[in-house]
Design a protein around this ligand. Structure first.
Ligand code: ATP
Length: 709
């Protein structure tokens, strides 16, 4: 085992029900080039990822430099391994120089070492100018940068997943020459996968892989001699035919296609025969078995200041070079709150209200109190065209009066949506109304009917209907009081004998004040969750996460660097929200601004934890989007933002209270409206629920990360 750089023994790997390999073995001698060949989808990348510890295996053993990989495959050799993945897996916002220095710092190289190495690799790989951004490089140029990253720290083992795809043939040849020099002079071991089979004829050994099996593992020269052919392509063809033949004649089950021909059916040279033999043995799962006595190969400490510095530097550069992203993050809370305050809670204007005034169909232009309310010498009040006076009370921004001759016409236009309602004043309103006021209970029954203004409201838009109703009542109460004043009658006569006193606010406060705490808390939660999930999913999809981990960064460091960075951005966003709400939009508040800020911030952090959990569960951006909006939208419904939770069915109320934002919204409202302090238990429980959820999301994230590996 010690003579091998890499030794894979009877490894079994499944993706769900899909078996990728069922007992594969492979040996890479130190100081040699090993070409791993096979058609697309045969499992090359999965095998390399397993060797790198990025995929868990169901059974078997993987040894690197004579040491067994940790039982959970997490001990990743970093300083000894240079890895070039198939995808570019580099940060597009970086320049070529940034890229090299980022990985150099992760490899713990000094700036001088990085500089010297960079110069050499720049010349060897004909890299574009150092200050060119990766996103401005062609695909081939990016691959060369990726190759340079793998070579940067002079690793002992190079794992290259299709490094020569899309490269100029001359450059390809130069790379192969360089690899041979590395092997001969520096005794580096190389595993290289490629689709160009003939490219591997200069490798020391090749492994021909098909359907998750190694059909042969031998030097190209021996294979060519054995099969009496000039090309490796033909060797592969022969071996593939043999495998097909074996599968057809011997085994007829689904799992069978992963079985190999027995030794006799296989090529006769020794290494291959030995391998086939070993592959027939199904090794029990390694999961949970035995303790590793030796330290896992290359396992590095979970926390290192150089790496954290490199990661923060990376996050900062990615942040400030993404101008669109910065504008969004800075402007989103401001715009959102501005939209909210200016669109919610303000009264509608210019609502078309029909007026059918049967009492005075002519103009009311010259009417005033003196012409409409007449007090005789007995101090008795008489009304003449009093409806003209009432019309004046309808001069309000909410109401646009539209005159109509008949009730039928007005009704027709309500039905057609041209009016939100109409007011019908009977023809002898003044007389009947006068009698009602003067005689009270002694008035004729007909006076009650005719002395009544009838209002018809379209309630298809309930909110508008209710607001118009309130407005009309409010205006009529005012009108009636003024009528009594002009009649020298005490207004107490029409006052409601029921007085309400308001605390912690007014009855005429706009809806905005009720909704503001919910909007601020939910906004923080949403921003936290979407930022975190999107950034982490992007990092994983771009392969940057895996590549950084293989280079030696721990997952904890990556996660921490992102969460701390976003927590810092969240500080700014919460400051913006609070400033915007209370100082620019002038929403009144009674409590401590710092306490409200704290509630808002912790909700944001809870959102980040939710987003982190989403990034652990979701594989794509769209899944992460669904996860975030799927959590956010129901919360806007049932967290008491739009409607008090006291109005919900008991079961829903219990669910609402358990959710992350409900209690924090209530806490924020209690501080804002009642002026309660942080130490009030009804304020603290909002923060407590959030902290609990942060813990729950963290546990869930760890579980999903382990499960998805
Ligand atoms: N995360 C995954 N979940 C489920 N199946 C997967 C996953 N990754 C790979 N596979 C499947 O495993 C098989 C081997 O994939 P792998 O990427 O290792 O092939 P490959 O030989 O490297 O192909 P290529 O040369 O095209 O890169 C394929 O059938 C692929 O669809």
């Amino acid at each position: 085992m010690a003579s091998y750089a890499v030794s894979v023994k009877n490894v079994v790997k499944h993706y769900g029900n899909h078996v990728v390999f069922n007992g594969i073995s492979m040996n890479v001698e130190r100081g040699t080039i090993y070409g791993l060949l096979g058609a697309s989808g045969c499992g090359k990348t999965t095998l390399l990822s397993s060797i790198l510890g990025r995929k868990t295996i169901e059974a078997g053993e993987i040894w690197l430099f004579g040491r067994k990989l940790g039982k959970n495959q997490s001990g990743i050799p970093c300083s000894k391994i240079g890895y070039m993945p198939q995808e570019i897996a580099l940060i597009q916002e970086f320049t070529i120089r940034d890229t090299i220095y980022y990985f150099g710092r992760i490899y713990n190289m000094t700036y001088k070492e990085i500089k010297e190495r960079f110069e050499a690799l720049h010349a060897l790989l004909e890299l574009p100018p150092k200050e060119r951004f990766l996103k401005h490089c062609s695909g081939g140029q990016q691959r060369r940068v990726s190759f340079a990253v793998a070579l940067l720290h002079k690793p002992e083992l190079l794992i290259l997943d299709e490094p020569t795809v899309g490269l100029d043939p001359l450059l390809r040849e130069r790379i192969w020459n360089y690899l041979r020099d590395l092997v001969q002079i520096d005794k580096v071991s190389v595993i290289i996968t490629t689709h160009y089979i003939e490219e591997c004829k200069d490798a020391d050994k090749i492994g021909l892989m098909r359907n998750g099996k190694l059909l042969a593992e031998e030097s190209p020269a021996k294979l060519l001699t054995h099969y009496h052919t000039d090309t490796l392509e033909e060797v592969f063809l022969e071996l593939s035919k043999a495998q097909e033949e074996y599968n057809r004649t011997h085994i007829d089950t689904d799992a069978a296609k992963y079985e190999s021909p027995p030794v006799s059916a296989a090529p006769s040279f020794e290494t291959c025969a030995e391998d086939y033999g070993s592959r027939d043995v199904i090794v029990p799962t390694t999961k949970g078995k035995g303790k590793e006595k030796k330290k896992d190969v290359g396992s590095s400490s979970n926390f290192n200041i150089h790496r954290m510095h490199a990661l923060f530097n990376k996050n900062w550069k990615q942040f400030y070079r993404n101008i669109g992203g910065i504008l969004f993050l800075i402007s989103f809370p401001i715009l959102q709150l501005w939209f909210f305050v200016n669109s919610v809670g303000t009264n509608p204007i210019n609502l078309n209200v029909g007026i059918v005034n049967k009492e005075n169909s002519t103009s009311c232009r010259d009417s005033n109190w003196n012409t409409t309310v007449l007090v005789d010498k007995f101090d008795e009040c008489h009304f003449k065209h009093i409806s003209c006076q009432w019309m004046g009370y309808l001069d309000d921004p909410m109401i646009n009066k539209v005159p109509y001759d008949t009730v039928a016409e007005a009704m027709q236009d309500v039905k057609h949506g041209k009016l939100v309602g109409f007011i019908h004043i009977p023809h002898n309103f003044s007389g009947a109304y006068e009698e009602r006021i003067r005689l009270g209970q002694g008035a004729e029954k007909s006076s009650y009917n005719f002395g009544e203004i009838k209002v018809y409201l379209d309630m298809s838009n309930r909110q508008i209907g209710i607001m118009l109703q309130q407005k009309l009542i409010e205006r009529f109460v005012q009108f009636q009081e003024d009528v009594l004043i002009h009649c020298n009658i005490s207004t107490k006569l029409v006052e409601f004998p029921f007085k309400i006193h308001f605390y912690n606010g007014h009855n005429d406060e706009p809806m905005t004040v009720f909704m503001a705490p919910g909007i601020v808390v939910l906004l923080s939660f949403l921003l936290g969750s979407t930022m975190t999930s999107q950034i982490l999913v992007k990092e994983r999809l771009d392969g940057i996460w895996d590549r950084s981990v293989i280079a030696g960064v721990s997952s904890l460091e990556i996660t921490l660097s992102h969460l701390l960075f976003q927590a810092a951005v969240m500080i700014i966003q919460c400051v913006e929200s609070i400033l915007m709400l209370f100082f620019i939009l002038q929403i009144s508040y009674a409590g401590n601004i710092g306490t409200m800020y704290l509630i808002c911030y912790i909700s944001g952090v809870c959102g980040m934890a939710y987003g982190f959990c989403g990034s652990a569960i979701c594989r794509t951006h769209s899944e992460a989007n669904i996860f975030c909006t799927g959590g956010y939208l129901p919360m806007t419904m049932i967290c008491g933002v739009i409607w008090p939770i006291e109005g919900m069915p008991p079961v829903l109320r219990i669910i609402a209270v358990i959710l992350p934002c409900t209690k924090s919204i209530q806490s924020f409202r209690n501080v804002m409206k009642k002026g309660w302090s942080l130490w009030n238990t009804d304020v603290l429980d909002g923060i407590g629920v959030n902290l609990l959820w942060i813990f729950v999301f963290a546990i869930m994230s760890i579980w999903f990360i382990k499960r998805n590996k």
